[in-house]
Design a protein around this ligand. Sequence first.
Ligand code: G16
Length: 545
Amino acid sequence: MNISQQISTTPFLDQKPGTSGLRKAVTVFQQPHYLENFIQSIFDSLEDLQGQTLVLGGDGRYYNRQAIQIILKMAAANGVGRIKVGQGGILSTPATSCIIRKYQALGGIILSASHNPGGPDGDFGVKYNISNGGPAPEKVTEAIYARTKVIDRYQIIEAPDVDLETLGESRMGDMVIEVIDSVEDYEKLMESLFDFDRIRQLLTSGNFRMCMDTLHAVAGPYAHAIFEQRLGAPAGTVRSGIPLEDFGGGHPDPNLVYAHELVDILYGENAPDFGAASDGDGDRNMILGRKFFVTPSDSLAVLAANAKLVPGYSSGLAGVARSMPTSEAVDRVAAQIGIECYETPTGWKFFGNLLDADKATLCGEESFGTGSNHVREKDGLWAVLFWLNILAVRQQSVEQIVREHWKTYGRNYYSRHDYEGVDTDQANTLMENLRSLVPTLKGKQFGNYQVEYGDDFSYTDPIDGSVSNKQGIRIGFTDGSRIVVRLSGTGTQGATLRIYLESYEPDPAKHDLDTQQALASLITLADQIGQIRNSIGREQPTVIT
Ligand code: G16
């Protein structure tokens, strides 16, 4: 007999979900009642929780297992009917989205701080996804936040911990707990979208080598199962494939800085033909060719331009969508195929309505996220499979494909400069100053650049009419160049200032420049207009991607 208890609590005032759920240091989550308050606030904000099915899993980081045990006991006490939990507590973010949709669950709880480092001194996070499989939209996260501010009790059952290793069903109170295979449903979905036979031929031909680095994070088991076991790639194709609680001490962020081991391999002697990496919770991806980096913005554009080669997308795209700071490369593809291109604020949640309404088929973000209407999250391994499918059909190298793309559509030189751990007050002041300055910039000339528009991006969702203001400062120039400045919504220490820089080059003779050189004058101009380094007392960005 399990006894349900009502525990008194007091609010924590820092539980406002950011770009992607609540992310804090592990030590913050370990405070008594901290996790419980947030979970109860989620449950309290859901209207018909009684008897419903939820999906639960995480990226395997430190505190994942403890949190899962707490959440299971709270779910049972709150009347949840069934919980599908990934074996060992493991579910990637896209797999969770897939499972919510497939089994028509009410929603899912994903335990992850994505690409942030893990371990006792690292970060932890909680995201809630709704019944379409996607991140909770702002009206839901605001309701959860409102609840966290007044919460005075939570419900939990007293029960022994659940065995998360053995597949199958058990009961806790009236709730059924189903420990499910973490990979199976997701693998089936991938098989329904891509030409597995053709990819298998490519991977077993002996003429093509790939290297997939899952950075000791959640995508490891998925990558082993799909690339090595299912598609025949040799053992060892997947590197760092065992999820570790601290990601092996690394930073599970697939970019040129943090996935440097993979970068060294792809830029080294006898490099493989194709390299890819994914992040903590498996939703991000980085694509590399031999000695060649594909920017996430270009990757989205290439996938859109080649979608017809892939079985799941062969009938064409309804439209595409990108976040505002993502380069306009995909806009050019959309214009050529004659489909709509939507520009949304940063945050995958903003794509949900467009995907549900079948306005967009492919979506992408500069922050190494690409995905489609197959789930409602970005999806790292999906992007890798999409590229493999294109490579298998076109029989060209990654570099050849991207260079041909630039020839056809022009090249959008693109880079993001991040200043991490900035003093929050200084960062806010900088943003306020820019906000008041940009409307006065229109028509002004800075060297070769003339300002076409300057604003703080505001988005009206075309489906439900909801408005999201203050989504980032944009300065657009008449030659198609852009500077975008915004504060990250995912950092956990101080503020992270992001400067996004983009310039358009139609002339193929000028497609070989180094990106930072191509953008040099724009970088200087961004600093001049925004007084960036002065205002925050920094000489250099922390990370350049
Ligand atoms: C999250 C969001 C993305 C967003 C990224 C960066 O990704 O899901 O939509 O682009 O954060 O956001 P920010 O610039 O506010 O830090 P993830 O992979 O961390 O869940």
